[in-house]
Design a protein around this ligand. Structure first.
Ligand SMILES: [Mg+2]
Length: 264
């Protein structure tokens, strides 16, 4: 933990994952709101970075506010909003979307057409889809056999919900499309790739002054390692806070915030 103590005062920005760190399902995790207040009171900028494709940044900011966490939409990035920003930046016009209606709406917010005709699409976007079906898989195959760009929101295997259970994530749906079509995704928007972080913070940040906080090893901690930032791994089943080879482990966001305040 000594290394983290040394860099605590240099940290300017704390980038926090949401599912499993701030909330589980519809419930705020104990102390997460107090932790975020403590970071801010100690002069740290707080941002929220989620692989979730189920909501855009405005809806997530509203949800955080309703749970008692003050935040502006500009402090949030989701893989739904980041996918829309990406698709707009490369100029795709007709997108076939596997995902929730909220993902389609986020794409339309950025003035991009969402098409129901897989033969007409120039890109296929795959996000988490609770109504995923054999028919949608067949439509995705038509898109990809026509040479569509293949864009995915993330490869997360699962995500936590209220009752301690986990539900299937976007990754299993992506895997089904990849196996059926024989093509690998061309672009993966979500963590551990840094596209979402760049979309959130802009070009002008220094990785050494950032902490990436999350409960995902292959997403959050892999992103921290990739950009050379401090990784703060949250594991509520851990026995104690400790240092691992590539990251620092705490049992909750609150425990990390209390530790950080003492270190400053
Ligand atoms: Mg998470």
């Amino acid at each position: 933990m000594e290394t983290l103590r040394r860099i605590a005062s240099a940290l300017s920005d704390i980038v926090i994952d949401l599912d499993g760190v701030v909330y589980k399902g519809t419930k705020l995790i104990d102390g997460a709101d107090a932790a975020i207040k403590m970071f801010r009171q100690n002069g740290k900028r707080v941002h929220f970075l989620t692989n979730s494709s189920a909501k855009g940044r405005v809806a997530v900011a509203e949800r955080l506010c309703s749970l008692g966490v003050d935040c502006f939409a500009r402090e949030v990035m989701t893989s739904a909003t980041a996918s829309a920003i990406y698709l707009q930046s490369v100029g795709y016009r007709n997108i076939f979307v596997i995902g929730e209606e909220s993902l389609r709406n986020e794409i339309r917010e950025y003035r991009i057409e969402v098409t129901d005709n897989p033969g007409k699409a120039d890109a296929l976007l795959v996000g988490l889809d609770s109504q995923f079906s054999y028919q949608k898989l067949a439509d995705a195959m038509i898109c990809l056999s026509n040479g569509c760009k293949f864009v995915i929101c993330n490869r997360d295997a699962s995500y936590p919900v209220d009752n301690g259970q986990r539900l299937p994530g976007c990754g299993p749906i992506v895997a089904a499309v990849e196996v059926a079509s024989g093509r690998n995704a061309d672009v993966d928007i979500g963590k551990p790739n840094k596209f979402m972080l760049d979309a959130l913070l802009g070009d002008n940040y220094c990785s050494r002054n950032i902490a990436i906080v999350g409960d995902g090893l292959t997403s959050d901690m892999a992103l921290a390692a990739r950009i050379g930032s401090a990784g703060i791994y949250i594991d509520d089943s851990a026995k104690c806070a400790c240092r691992h080879d590539d990251f620092f482990m705490f049992r909750s966001l609150y425990e990390f915030s209390a530790w950080l305040c003492r270190a400053l």
